[in-house]
Design a protein around this ligand. Structure first.
Ligand code: DAH
Length: 351
């Protein structure tokens, strides 16, 4: 900004120089900031160049005042118009830029929607139901809040017998209880229907138990077949067919004598360890076998208690822990992983 005193001949020359200077500076404006700086420098109210040239008017010799004033005004108009033109150019550039960045890029890969998946417990339940449907079984269900009669008494647990303790029952205040196994569904079915009966009862059960392999809520599936002439051979054949479909065709099955109040004889059923095919490994504690279910011939007292004549009919029953099968099938080390609702488990389980 020129600050020298106006000489008598120089004032108009000075405006010409300033005009050239402005044109040079305007040509270099590249963005909104540069435009803003240019505007303040030339049109600023306090120290703008145009304003200060007008301020010099009072010192201009009277003869030159008119020309000088006109020249400054011309410069002012020129500056305003040029700034207006630059403003329009910048606005258009900004608009085009915004449009380009908002445009859809059709070459970008699509977004993957998050897919849900079936919980391992449900996968195993579905598979078991599918296998037994093929053997002519239908699904039966019962309440999770049970009474002593269906959960224990009708299943031949004597009153105050320690067998009740082995089930670690959760009692409700009204004397009812959370069912400790799916066996009461056998009772409900036999009370409601007459043989032949072939049912499968999957569901939640509850026990006062909590460690790496036990959860206070877990899942069982109960099977029951009652008809004339049912034998232990039918039980073994059915379980073999079932287990070989659930695991692999070469899975071995063995029955060990055991005790349940509602079956006689009773058996615990082992399968050859799916991890080492019976060779013996860490998972099966080097035995080559794994216990996976309880079974037996329905005790005649249970049948007659449900109004089924044990002289005519016989039956077998079995009960299996679904969570345990899911843990074996999918190599899940801790039962709580099944109930923690951690999505990562679902993503890791391959169907
Ligand atoms: N209810 C038994 C339990 O929870 C499992 C069971 C064993 C069920 C033998 C049966 C059976 O039907 O015959 O431990």
């Amino acid at each position: 900004m020129p600050s020298e005193e106006p000489g008598a001949s120089a004032p108009l020359q000075r405006i010409t120089e300033q005009t050239q200077l402005f044109q040079d500076e305007a040509a270099q404006v590249e963005d909104r900031e540069g435009w803003q700086r240019l505007r303040v420098r030339w049109l600023g109210r306090k120290q703008g160049i145009v304003r200060s040239l007008l301020g010099q008017l009072k010192d201009i010799p009277a003869a030159d005042k008119r020309d000088f004033g006109q020249a400054v005004n011309q410069l002012k108009v020129l500056v305003e118009e040029r700034l207006g033109g630059l403003d329009a150019e910048l606005t258009e550039g900004e608009r085009q830029h915004a449009q380009r960045s908002a445009a859809v890029d059709v070459t970008l890969p699509g977004r993957q929607p998050v897919l849900g998946s079936v919980h391992p417990v449900n996968l195993v339940t579905q598979k078991i139901v599918e296998i037994f449907s093929g053997l002519g079984y239908s699904v039966a269900e019962g309440p999770e809040v049970e009474d002593d009669y269906h959960n224990f008494e009708a299943l031949n647990f004597p009153p105050d017998h320690p067998a009740r303790d082995t089930q670690d029952t959760f009692f409700l205040e009204d004397g009812r209880l959370l069912r400790t196994h799916t066996s009461p569904v056998q009772i409900r079915t036999m009370l409601a229907r007459k043989p032949p009966i072939r049912i499968l009862c999957p569901g939640r059960v509850y026990r006062h138990d909590n460690d790496l392999r036990h959860s206070p809520m877990f899942h069982q599936v109960e099977g029951l077949a009652v008809a004339e002439g049912i034998t232990m051979g039918h039980l073994k054949g059915t379980l073999e067919a079932f287990i070989q479909q659930l695991f692999t065709a070469d899975t071995g099955v063995r029955l060990r004598p055991s005790y349940f109040p509602f079956t006689e004889p009773s058996a615990e059923v082992d399968i050859t360890c799916p991890f080492c095919s019976g060779e013996g490994c860490q998972v099966c504690s080097k035995t080559g076998w794994m216990e996976i279910l309880g079974a037996g011939m329905v005790d005649p007292r249970v049948l007659s208690g449900c109004g089924i004549d044990p002289k005519i009919y016989s039956g077998f029953a079995f009960g299996l822990g679904i969570d345990r099968v899911a843990m074996i099938r999918y190599g899940i080390p801790n039962i709580r992983l099944l109930f923690d609702n951690d999505e990562r488990l679902l993503r890791q389980v391959k169907i």
